[in-house]
Design a protein around this ligand. Structure first.
Ligand code: ADP
Ligand code: TZD
Length: 608
């Protein structure tokens, strides 16, 4: 049986399958659908098919949304899921559906579901799965696949590919379900793998044949599993907590570093209490911004270089010492001045010592670990010496007043600072809005200029610095929170997912996309040294009108050439909730190559 026939068959059973779905049993639970046994053409006992087992297993586990893109063999799964009350958000490209699933996972602590077709659709979703795993976001990529027998003998099936083998190294766990009676187990294992311990991406392979398989309805219902305690608390050992407290107590220049693991953990009140009760200055990594408001007196963000160099004890909370933190080494940390002492809270024991020695690992979930540390901090706790907090405050004040002058300028055309100062004010007025951010200069400047006030309101390029998350993250943020979304996008970055503005219009989502249009990657001024008529590789069509893209699908498009125009358009978009794209015209000479990571660019690094 080919997978094409499988879908056709499934389509013919669709009406039959959906009819009894209106019925509810005495508890209001959906009655398991009875479908006709097509093979025998006689009314069969109550049966349930693979499609409905998948849907029921997801619903049983409180999953209410699927991000995906239909096609063989999962078209009917999307239709039936919608008919059964799941929200199905259909995208134009699987990568963005996958990114949406990942962002939904980060925001909700439930695995986001991305549903794709086989081979090419699966591969399109795979980048998002790998990126989710890298960022520790829980998601499940569910892909339909071709006939196992044909794939394994490489006989050339429709969209033939050994998807399970390909997914395995790129995610936390990968499973395939071959029999309808195992769907419950497959989905339960996928959920548990995505959420438990360090969260991540999981692949679930569902061959076409599985969907049309039927089994006894009661047995089918009984085979489903409601996952109990998918992310069990992991209480840190008391001696590990005491070790950490001893080091913290002895610190003269302590620093707390909050990462996106801390944002994910949703232990917001305890994290704030830990910072405030200890009096220790803190630095948020970009997606941890807003865990405490960026305007908090103890934020050391405006004195970042100083505190990283000068701190003697650093408490990492859900942040890895990877490239984003210069691996805990070198000039950034002034390690040559003498060893810094690290305390690290993380759920993954193997993260410890991955870059530098960690003197006090505290292994457990952030909620439990922070609560345990808090329990050891009483009224006698000595707050950090005034020389330390005073020196930080002095640098902060200096840097902030310098920045205020830059932000107040109104150059024409706009530069990154003048455009971002407008967005900064809008976010201050609507602190519940979610900011999505990608690009190079657009990212680096927005991260430092746009203050965040509430937890989990900032989504960005994360651990890889990946371009292309913009519209997928925006759709997810709007769908799962219902809050206004402000996507701050470099023009290159936007291009990766730009077609999803149609998706934003189709679902009428409260998303305002601001494209920082400086005519190219990083900036728009490069010249082709060869003398041929091609433009340089980083240069785009000059003076492009991205706003027209949004208008094409019925949304609002605005071309903003001044800060005032940008301010007005953004305020209107946030107030109205209408899909909007603002083409913010930025000076094409304003950006620098690679934004603030020039040190990683082989040619600029060499020149140093
Ligand atoms: P950032 O990029 O913001 O520095 P990272 O992604 O590097 O953050 O680090 C996140 C860390 O948080 C990972 O090491 C991950 O294991 C950890 N983590 C995620 N969720 C939890 C949790 N609930 N409890 C403890 N640690 C967690
Ligand atoms: N492809 C992918 C998937 N991720 C990437 N990070 C890149 C390519 C390389 N890259 C960056 O690291 S930033 C960037 C690219 C292409 C775009 C920068 O241009 P922009 O932003 O217009 O988005 P600015 O603000 O003009 O610098």
């Amino acid at each position: 049986m080919s997978s094409v026939r499988t879908e056709k068959e499934a389509t013919t059973t669709l009406d039959e399958a959906l009819k009894p779905a209106k019925n509810r049993d005495a508890d209001g639970e959906p009655v398991v659908r009875a479908i006709k046994n097509m093979a025998e053409d006689t009314p069969a006992a109550e049966t349930i098919d693979g499609f409905h087992l998948v849907i029921d297993a997801l619903k049983l586990n409180d999953i209410d949304t699927i991000f995906g893109l239909p096609g063989i063999p999962i078209t009917d799964l999307t239709r039936m899921a919608q008919a059964e009350g799941l929200r199905v958000i259909s995208f134009r490209h699987e990568q963005h559906a996958g990114n949406a699933a990942a962002a939904a996972g980060f925001l909700t602590q439930k695995p986001g579901i991305c549903l794709t077709v086989s081979a090419p659709g699966f591969l399109n979703g795979l980048t998002a799965l790998a990126n989710a795993t890298t960022n520790c976001f829980p998601m499940i990529l569910i892909s339909g696949s071709s006939e196992r027998e044909i794939v394994d003998l490489q006989q050339g099936d429709y969209e033939e590919m050994d998807q399970l083998a390909i997914a395995k190294p790129l995610c936390k766990a990968a499973f395939r379900v071959l029999h309808a009676q195992d769907i419950g187990v497959g989905i339960a294992r996928a959920i548990r793998a995505a959420l438990s311990g360090r969260p991540g991406g999981v692949y679930l392979d569902l061959p076409a044949k599985l969907f049309a398989q039927t089994m006894d309805a009661a047995a089918g219902k009984a085979s489903l599993i409601k996952v109990v305690d998918a992310a069990p608390r992991q209480i840190p050992a008391p001696d590990a907590v005491n070790r950490a407290l001893d080091i913290l107590k002895g610190a003269k220049r302590p620093l707390i570093l909050l990462g996106k693991g801390a944002a994910y953990a949703q232990a917001d009140a305890d994290i704030r209490a830990l910072v405030e009760k200890t009096g220790i200055p803190y630095l948020p990594m970009s997606m941890a911004k807003g865990l405490l408001p960026d305007t908090h007196a103890q934020s050391a963000a405006a004195a970042r270089s100083y505190v990283l160099q000068e701190a003697d004890v650093v408490l990492l909370v859900g942040a890895r010492l990877n490239w984003l933190l210069s691996h805990g080494k070198g000039k950034t940390w002034a390690q040559e001045k003498g060893a810094k002492r690290f305390i690290q809270i993380d759920i993954a024991p193997t993260e410890i010592d991955s870059n530098v020695a960690i003197e006090a690992p505290v292994i457990g979930d952030i909620g439990s670990c922070v609560a345990a540390l808090l329990a050891g901090i009483d009224a006698r706790w000595a707050r950090p010496p005034a020389e330390w907090t005073g020196a930080i405050a002095e640098r902060k004040d200096k840097n902030l007043s310098k920045m205020a002058a830059t932000l107040a300028a109104r150059p024409s055309p706009m530069n990154f600072h003048s455009a971002l100062s407008v967005i900064r004010d809008q976010v201050k007025a609507r602190p519940d809005a979610i900011v999505v951010n990608e690009g190079a200069n657009t990212l680096d400047f927005a991260r430092s200029i746009v203050d965040m006030y509430e937890p989990r309101k900032r989504l960005d390029v994360g651990t890889w610095g990946i371009m292309g998350i913009g519209m997928g993250f925006s759709v997810a943020a709007a769908v799962v929170t219902g809050k206004p979304v402000i996507a701050i996008e470099g023009d290159s970055a936007f291009g990766f997912s730009g077609m999803e503005v149609e998706t934003i219009c189709r679902y009428n989502l409260p998303v305002c996309v601001i494209v920082f249009n400086n005519n190219g990657v990083y900036r728009g001024t490069d010249v082709n040294a060869s003398g041929t008529s091609d433009v340089a590789p980083t240069v785009f069509v000059k003076n492009a009108r991205y706003d027209k893209l949004m208008e094409a699908f019925g949304g609002v498009g605005v071309n903003a050439t001044t800060a005032d125009e940008l301010q007005k358009a953004l305020a209107e978009a946030v107030a109205s909730g209408r899909p909007t794209l603002i083409n913010a015209v930025i000076d094409e000479t304003a950006g620098t190559e690679s934004g603030r990571i020039t040190s990683l660019n082989p040619s600029t690094a060499k020149k140093k």
